[in-house]
Design a protein around this ligand. Sequence first.
Ligand code: SF4
Ligand code: SF4
Length: 181
Amino acid sequence: MKVVQRPGNKGPFKTYVVAVLKGLWLTMGHVVSNLFHPEKLPTVFFPEEKKALPPATRGRHRLMKREDGSPRCTACMLCATACPAECIHILAEESPNPDIEKLPAKFDIDMLRCVYCGFCVDACPLDAIRMDIPEVTVAGYTRDSLVYHKEFLMDHDNKDVVPDYNPPRPVLWTHGPHANP
Ligand code: SF4
Ligand code: SF4
């Protein structure tokens, strides 16, 4: 058997010294450049800096409110039924408004189980639940703190939401007690 040497595969080339030195030179070039021109780095200095979220982002849930501040939700349980993680727990109560049958006395979402699939938003016939609060980091010191209750889910302002948030919406009511703005 005759071993054919590759051209150039001799001396320092055979030990990859030249290739290693070329790699080190390139790396050192980046180190020096980044040290003196940090503004050119593509890095986002999270959490001090946050990137703008795209319009289709699924952020934190919120429960939409009617004009009188009551929840738009009628405790129909469709979102809880559609939720694959079974993390929505609703307790219904009778509504004082004769046009609306029920309201949620309790509406809890266990964020430790939520998989951010958005099925709850898609399932809701009243657009009563949205995932457009631009908070994508879910962290807490206790498990209980990551169960979001109705009061927390309703504590929001329209200006808090992801700009231009526009996921596909179900058919909405345009009049009557369930009308959406
Ligand atoms: S986003 Fe998905 S997993 Fe989370 S509460 Fe909604 S349906 Fe359940
Ligand atoms: S699907 Fe909508 S209206 Fe029905 S319980 Fe869920 S949030 Fe409320």
